[in-house]
Design a protein. Structure first.
Ligand code: GLY
Length: 355
């Protein structure tokens, strides 16, 4: 599958990715190679990764706990200590083998350790293959508020091996699929239609679709790497979605939602805002709602949930001058940014979602 060229780095696929990595490791004089895994990828992905690596030096493995609740500065501190104790220096390389938490957090650790060491992302979940590992966003959560601390800094390469998905639970596959649907909604109606017509998510179909999603995202990132304008489109569904995800993380009596599950709700609600403010047709809105509800089911919100979620909107990173700014759809395949909506419409969006 064709390599995708990004800003300063390449995204390699399938067997080619290991050839490229091995050549890179041999041609670069790294003092140490650290491999960051979590408790899941240590078991399920590390053996496959190591069996494809050909390098004349030992790798130091650093393990973190799996899960969004560990995407914290505390975890970073532990890893910075490990790097220091294991004699990491500025010529070290960190390879992040994992889902979005590992690639976001590992990228941030690498970007800040000794003012920055090089890193490579090897995403092992669908979500991190099509979104988190690509585009240079690194960072951690602040309490339950998602991705509040971080920097944009690009990895040296991204390696996408869809065979890692063989051990991925079904709900994690669905979670990543939500980001792919988002790529169709904001950029490509034909891609959206093809994704909607899939009967199931099997790895043989997904290979090409992952490549297509990464291509769509990468084109946006190349035009606007630091999110001054167009890149904000990638946040469609995320303003409400992140607030919902954070709310469920902070509320111990409620089950947490996976990122894709939360943005699926966010995309239906922000679809409603799009219809009210940006001209998205009623027909397209109904199609969006039916599609997401068929795949992700429905989440219930009480009045209290709703007001707490609305309160959390103020932390969204697209906000400025105290105003909440949305990325919304004009039609399926076309997105506009920096849209301000009336508070009343947010209430209505919750009602529309529940209807
Ligand atoms: N996940 C959105 C972005 O990378 O911009």
């Amino acid at each position: 599958m064709k390599t995708i060229q990004s800003t300063s780095y390449s995204i390699h696929f399938n067997e080619t990715c290991y050839e490229k990595l091995n050549t890179y490791l041999k041609s670069t004089n790294f003092s140490k190679i650290f491999l960051l895994v979590d408790t899941n990828t240590h078991i399920h992905c590390l053996p496959r990764f190591l069996s494809n690596i050909d390098v004349n030096m030992s790798l130091e493995i650093i393990e973190m706990e799996a899960g969004e609740i560990h995407k914290t500065l505390d975890t970073c501190t532990q890893i910075w200590h490990s790097l220091s104790d294991l004699d990491g220096d500025r010529q070290s390389l960190i390879i992040n083998l994992g889902g979005g938490v590992v690639t976001d957090l590992g990228g941030f650790v690498a970007s800040t350790f000794k003012r920055g060491v090089r890193f490579v992302n090897v995403p092992t979940t669908l979500l991190s293959m099509v979104d988190a590992s690509v585009g240079g966003k690194t960072g951690v959560d602040l309490g339950v508020i998602k991705n509040q601390i971080g920097v944009i800094n690009f990895s040296d390469m991204v390696l996408i091996d869809p065979l890692f998905l063989e051990t991925l639970p079904e709900e994690e596959m669905r979670s990543g699929f939500a980001e792919m649907l988002k790529h169709g909604l904001i950029k490509d109606a034909d891609y959206w239609n093809r994704l909607c017509s899939l009967k199931e998510l099997n790895i043989s179909d997904l290979g090409n679709l992952i490549h297509e999603s990464v291509t769509l995202k990468n084109e946006v990132v190349k035009r606007d790497p630091t999110e001054q304008g167009e890149r904000k489109q990638l946040n469609f569904g995320h303003t409400l979605g992140h607030a919902i995800e954070s709310y469920r993380l902070e509320n111990e009596t409620l089950q947490t939602l996976l990122h894709g599950e939360a943005i699926a709700v966010g995309m239906v609600m922000e679809g409603y805002l799009s219809a009210k403010t940006c001209g998205l047709s009623e027909e397209a809105l109904t199609e969006i709602k039916n599609t997401f509800k068929a795949i992700y089911g429905s989440v219930d919100f009480t009045e209290n949930d709703k007001s707490s979620i609305i309160e959390l909107l103020k932390y969204d990173k697209k906000n400025s001058h105290g105003q909440i700014k949305y990325a919304l759809l004009e039609s399926i395949g076309s997105c506009v940014v920096d849209i301000i909506v009336d508070d009343q419409l947010i209430d209505e969006a919750f009602m529309y979602y529940a209807s």
